[in-house]
Design a protein around this ligand. Structure first.
Ligand code: EPZ
Length: 419
């Protein structure tokens, strides 16, 4: 086991390169198993434990997977199993994409119930509704989702809630359905568009991803392709929050500024200077910031995955801020940790009421989940004194080389082994 030890109080300055998007990569890797011919060569796959976990799962199904730095080559022609049942499958959320991918390709899938961050109830009823509408029979058996169909037939599917996972999963299965499928009220996150683009590169016929309606004309087979994953909107947003909180001037490079508009807008409202320049955003902050109200919403709204780092920033911003977490019911575990560092935050149901204080003070804290971990790293970098963060395996699930990237900007973070 490892922990991070942070000596806080240093401004951040310089350039940071953003990696490929985790939440696109963890869907694109399972989608690659739908190619019955040729290999997929996928670039810009982030070096994080979640992508490595998915790679092992795909291998366990019989695919040949080879990683060379950030490029992963997948030959799925020899897949001989539709049963995903390893410990890795149970560990991570995105393993549910194997249901759509296997059901599409083999008309049969058995996938152990997915795990993931503990941020509230995480139902998959909308995924199941979509598979059933396409003609599959779905049941939960001995802790696994079992889906089977004689054939999948395209239809209109209206999602009752906007769900990233359901949109992608049903899009995967519908790629191999006979005729046309229309997904209404889909999620519009950048990674939805990226997965659709990847499927189209393999030969799928998907239009409208990123809009209110996705139209999928079923195809009979997919083949390997070359593809590069988009930059990570959430990693970029986290570094923007950190630059704003620590003060200094940071160029956040290799980003798509459009994907970051809701984050940039909030930072500007707080008094941060944001400049866009091609595929780079410069964040300049004096640390003299004013509090704001934030409500998390599906894209293009403010992302729930940035709510936790944002709470850290608001904890040292002037006045009262109110955060409204409207996506997940229990995504405030980081607040108890921030309180150990002196933050003045009260949680009432899905609201966090924050009274900004001058500064945090270093303490021993826990990374309770992935983005909570990022929130604690930012807290440690701004706090007076030393912060020790344990359970950092959560952070490694989604942030490649986090201490190295922050140290290059002037932070003082050490990773140490513990018993
Ligand atoms: C994805 O989770 C992301 N994970 C999450 O990021 C992110 O927080 C979330 O989308 C929202 O943006 C991955 O992409 C692997 P949802 P997902 O289905 O797909 C409800 C991170 O930190 N819902 O969009 O599981 C659900 O309860 C992670 O990187 C249903 O009611 O989220 C929630 O309230 C954490 N029924 C809302 O919809 C369903 O069938 C949005 O969930 C599905 C979801």
């Amino acid at each position: 086991m490892e922990k991070l030890i942070i000596d806080g109080g240093y401004p951040l300055n310089g350039d940071i390169e953003i990696s490929g998007a985790k939440n696109a990569a963890v869907a694109i890797l399972p989608a690659a198993i739908m190619a019955g011919k040729g290999s997929c060569v996928i670039d810009n796959i982030p070096d994080i434990s979640d992508t490595k976990c998915i790679e092992r799962i795909i291998e366990s199904l019989g695919a040949k997977v080879n990683r060379n730095n950030n490029t992963v080559t997948i030959d799925s022609t020899c897949i001989d199993s539709w049963d995903a049942n390893t410990e890795d499958v149970r560990k991570m959320r995105a393993s549910y994409y194997l249901i759509g991918a296997l059901l599409g390709r083999f008309k049969k899938a058995r996938v152990e119930m997915p795990g993931g961050c503990s941020i509230g109830v995480r139902p998959i009823d909308q995924h199941i509704k979509g598979f059933e509408a396409l003609g599959a029979k779905v049941k939960i058996e001995h802790g696994a989702v079992v889906a089977e169909a004689e054939k999948l037939v395209g239809t209109n599917i209206y999602f009752d809630v906007v769900s990233v996972g359901a949109t992608i999963n049903v899009m995967l299965a519908a790629t191999f359905a006979e005729g046309k499928t229309i997904l209404e009220n889909p999620a519009k996150e950048p990674h939805i568009v990226d997965v659709a683009n990847f499927l189209n590169s393999m030969g799928a016929d998907i239009k409208g991803a990123g809009t209110d309606e996705i139209k999928i004309n079923g195809v009979k087979e997919l083949k390997g392709c070359n593809y590069s994953v988009i930059p990570d909107q959430i990693e970029a947003g986290t570094y923007m929050m950190a630059a704003a909180a620590c003060g200094g001037k940071v160029n956040v490079n290799n980003v798509i500024p459009k994907h970051l508009e809701s984050i940039s807008a909030k930072l500007i409202e707080m008094g941060v200077k944001i400049t866009e320049n091609g595929d780079s955003i410069t964040v300049e902050s004096s640390r003299d910031l004013k509090g704001v109200n934030v409500k998390t919403l599906p894209y293009p709204g403010f992302p729930t995955d940035i709510q936790q780092p944002m709470t850290t920033l608001l904890s040292i911003s002037k006045g009262r801020s109110i955060v409204n977490e409207s996506i997940w019911e229990s995504r405030y575990k980081h607040v108890d940790e921030l309180k150990k560092m002196g933050a003045n935050i009260k949680v009432e149901n899905n609201l966090a009421i924050i009274e900004g204080i001058e500064n945090l003070s270093g303490a021993k804290v826990v990374a309770t989940d992935l983005r909570a971990g990022a929130a604690m790293v930012i807290a440690g970098m701004i706090a007076k004194g030393i912060t020790e963060i344990s359970s950092i395996e959560h952070i490694d699930r989604g942030y490649p080389h986090i201490e190295e990237k922050f140290n290059n900007l002037g932070a003082k973070i050490k990773r140490v082994k513990i018993d």
